[in-house]
Write a protein that binds this ligand. Structure first.
Ligand code: XMP
Length: 513
């Protein structure tokens, strides 16, 4: 492959994929490999640069994970970050030990601006530190290029050999000038041109998938969400009719969503693939009848999804590959020492073991959500699908508090539709992390046209969040909430009260169940 590549060698740190993502932001292709990647494999990839990540161990401890010294003789520029910096120092006979004072969090670092890593960086710059060990003494041929009052070697370099190291984490946002430093490494030191773009990712992935699949048959569980849609379209472009997408409508989708998915992927849609829609609503409602406990509901939905999918897969017969839209945040890496052991996080409770397939294809495994959206746009997927907000696998099942019935699904679908429509009309949806209506299990007394009503309360939720791990309730304009409220109460039969959820996460979660 001719494309310029930088590889990240994983020593078990938390930010490995983030480093790769930052390199890709410099328009240079980047992928993560285990630290034990062989020299032969490295030569085969022929990277323009190598980055050693952080990691939880001590380079001098029994559980140290280290690569061979020969890597430094490949003539490829290397940047060590945190543990990676210490590994470099240790292997080249500097001295690493427990720091008398650990540094955690934002730290002011004094840098030598004449060093290649720090071109264009301020003399004193805020960096993110997280270490208990430190490099007490750099290896002989190295020059110290940054320090803090308690860390004598916050950065070092041996430019003759193309070796660079920083104790802090340039990849995290809190390192204010981290991107400049990484750009210095990738573009200036490694000499990358920076001409890689998402369309190259799309092209190469299509080619790779085509080579792998050959004449084989491929099966994809399509949910209509961003990730599985992008994965399906990539595969459709690569292998066309060898791909069959199974779309299970579990009756817990947003209003009109099933038809929207079919319009894009179905026989009259945009792509040349086999599309099977399974209308399994009744089946799911039957299984959910009388069930109120949230975890039990989730389990039932997950299991039923698998059963339906399996049945369809059996009708299709043996397939060679199963496609999953797993993206990086779904990937739990246990990483260390082995070629990264990963476990897939499944959208709807996990996919079947008993579907007969040879191999799983996860074309988006290294991408973050916004990168997946970019790839989707490159693939020409309609914007309303690409920019779709997250939607939980169990769907409205977790947005109907208590028992799920067809009637309640209708109520929450209609209320949610009005909410989304009005927010979009008012432009109040911009920048929101997620927003939706939930049907509470509470009924209360109201009065409509002089008549007493005893109907459900709908709760509206809108949150600002960047990672969905924490979230704050959004301050929506009162007038917009007013319009939404009167429309819901007037137009959705069975609702006489609308509430706005002001709770953050924690202590609440984003979804109600
Ligand atoms: P919570 O409710 O845990 O949700 O604060 C965090 C984010 O995850 C989504 N979510 C799910 N996504 N399968 C998914 O793919 C699920 O079972 C699931 N449950 C919650 C939720 O919509 C929010 O974006």
């Amino acid at each position: 492959m001719g494309r310029e590549t930088v590889i990240v060698l994983d020593f078990g740190g938390q930010y490995n994929q983030l480093i790769a993502r930052r390199v890709r932001e410099c328009n240079v292709y980047c992928e993560v490999h285990p630290y034990s990647l062989s020299l032969d494999k490295i030569r085969e990839i022929n990277p323009k640069g190598i980055i050693f990540t952080g990691g939880p161990n001590s380079v001098y401890g029994e559980d140290a994970v280290l690569c061979g010294k020969e890597i430094f003789d490949l003539g490829i520029p290397i940047l060590g970050i945190c543990y990676g910096a210490q590994a470099m120092a240790h292997l080249l006979e500097g001295h690493v030990t427990t720091a008398p004072v650990s540094e955690y969090g934002k730290t002011e670092v004094e840098v030598d601006r004449s060093a290649a890593m720090f071109a264009g960086v301020s003399g004193k710059t805020t960096c993110w530190m997280s270490h208990t060990d430190y490099i007490e003494k750099a290896p002989d041929s190295f020059r110290v290029t940054a320090h803090t009052p308690v860390c004598p070697v916050a950065a070092m370099e041996c430019s003759e050999r193309g070796l660079y190291a920083v104790q802090f984490h340039p990849e995290v946002m809190h390192t204010v000038e981290g991107m400049t430093m990484l750009r210095n490494f990738v573009l200036n030191i490694c000499g990358c041109k920076g001409d890689w773009k998402m369309d190259s990712f799309v092209e190469t992935t299509i080619q790779t998938v085509r080579d792998k699949v050959g004449k084989g048959r491929v099966l994809c569980a399509l949910s209509g969400g961003v990730d599985s849609s992008v994965a399906a379209v990539l595969l459709a472009k690569a292998v066309g009719k060898q791909l069959t997408c199974v779309f299970v409508d579990h009756g817990l989708l947003r209003k009109n969503e099933g038809d929207e998915v079919e319009a894009v992927f179905g026989p009259t849609g945009l792509y040349d693939l086999n599309f099977i829609r399974v209308n399994a609503q009744e089946r799911f409602y039957r299984k959910l009848a009388g069930i109120t406990e949230p975890e039990q509901k989730r389990k039932i939905i997950g299991e039923e999804f698998i059963r339906v999918f399996e049945e369809e897969a059996k009708k299709i017969g043996a397939v060679d590959f199963l496609v999953q839209g797993t993206i990086y945040p779904d990937v739990i890496e246990s990483g260390l020492g082995k070629s990264a052991v990963i476990k897939s996080h499944h959208n709807v409770g996990g996919l079947p073991d008993c579907v007969d397939f040879r191999e799983i294809i996860e074309p988006l495994r290294m991408l973050f959500k916004d990168e997946v959206r970019k790839a989707g746009r490159e693939l020409g997927i309609p914007e309303h699908l690409v920019s779709r907000q997250p939607f939980p696998g169990p769907g409205l099942g977790v947005r109907i508090v208590g028992e799920v019935t067809a009637e309640k699904v209708r109520i929450v679908q209609d209320a949610d539709y009005i909410y989304r429509e009005e927010l979009a009309k008012a432009g109040a949806d911009k920048g929101l992390g997620q927003y939706f209506a939930t049907l509470t299990n509470m009924r209360s007394v109201g009065v409509m046209g002089d008549e007493r009503t005893y109907d459900y309360a709908v709760a509206l939720r809108a949150v600002n969040t960047s990672d969905f791990m924490t979230a704050e309730a959004a301050h929506l304009p009162w007038e917009v909430l007013g319009t939404v409220t009167s429309r819901i109460v007037n137009e959705v039969k069975g609702v006489n009260r609308v509430l706005y959820d002001c709770t953050g996460k924690p202590p609440a979660t984003i979804e109600f169940e």
